[in-house]
Design a protein. Structure first.
Ligand SMILES: Cc1cc2nc3c(=O)[nH]c(=O)nc-3n(C[C@H](O)[C@H](O)[C@H](O)COP(=O)(O)O)c2cc1C
Length: 193
């Protein structure tokens, strides 16, 4: 394949990847998630810290159910409109229980703030790799830093170190929708000097 073919393929994958949180009930095998993680970790990382950590919550597993309860309680207590709180909490819990695959991602802390920031950036690159690899496998991902990540008890329930920085919770499955989004053209975001 020529470089131009590579570029065309990569461009198509990047541009066609969309954030999705609505999935068909088709399962996602552990092997596929493992393969995607093995691909995602080929992200750039300064000082070769390899700062990414992943926690996979299997569908039907005890920890998935425990996280669903934690997020349910948090959403009930933190939804600004009390009339909406209970519906939002049920919705959050159901989404966690029903999503075919669920992966929390973390960045390890560095020895100082500069390294911690580099580590966070590296893990964000790994998450994009993750999403592109999933997309290439016919899956879609929703990267969430919302209610799924907010409760303090999430870390405890996952059994991760308190100083790991949570980068997001990834909802993964076969897409049930095909969202359309836009990007501003290059000329509006670039200053050529
Ligand atoms: C750091 C980060 C956090 C995000 N958190 C959320 C979130 O909590 N909820 C959500 O619906 N989408 C979340 N997203 C997804 C963005 O909303 C999405 O990428 C954006 O709307 C563009 O859509 P696209 O990914 O399909 O191009 C997040 C994305 C990033 C990079």
């Amino acid at each position: 394949m020529s470089n131009l073919d590579d570029f065309g393929t990569l461009q198509r994958l990047i541009k066609n990847r969309r954030t999705v949180r609505s999935f068909t009930p088709d399962p996602v095998d552990d092997d596929v998630i493992a393969e995607i993680i093995d691909t995602a970790v080929w992200a750039p990382n300064h000082r070769m810290t390899e700062p990414w950590r992943f926690v996979v919550l299997r569908k039907g597993g005890e920890r998935r159910a425990a996280i669903a309860d934690v997020v349910y309680n948090w959403t009930l207590a933190n939804t600004p409109n009390p009339n909406r709180g209970s519906a939002a909490a049920v919705e959050a819990k159901e989404e966690i229980l029903n999503t075919p695959a669920l992966v929390y991602t973390f960045a390890l802390p560095g020895a100082n703030p500069e390294v911690s920031e580099e580590n966070y950036a590296a893990v964000a690159c790994a998450v994009q790799n993750f999403m592109l690899a999933a997309h290439a496998r016919g899956l879609a991902v929703g990267w969430s830093t919302g209610r799924t990540c907010k409760p303090a008890e999430v870390r405890e329930t996952l059994g991760v170190d308190p100083d790991w920085k949570m980068v997001g919770c990834l909802f993964i499955g076969h897409p049930a929708v095909s969202p359309v989004t836009e990007r501003k053209p290059e000329a509006t975001v670039t200053k050529w000097l």
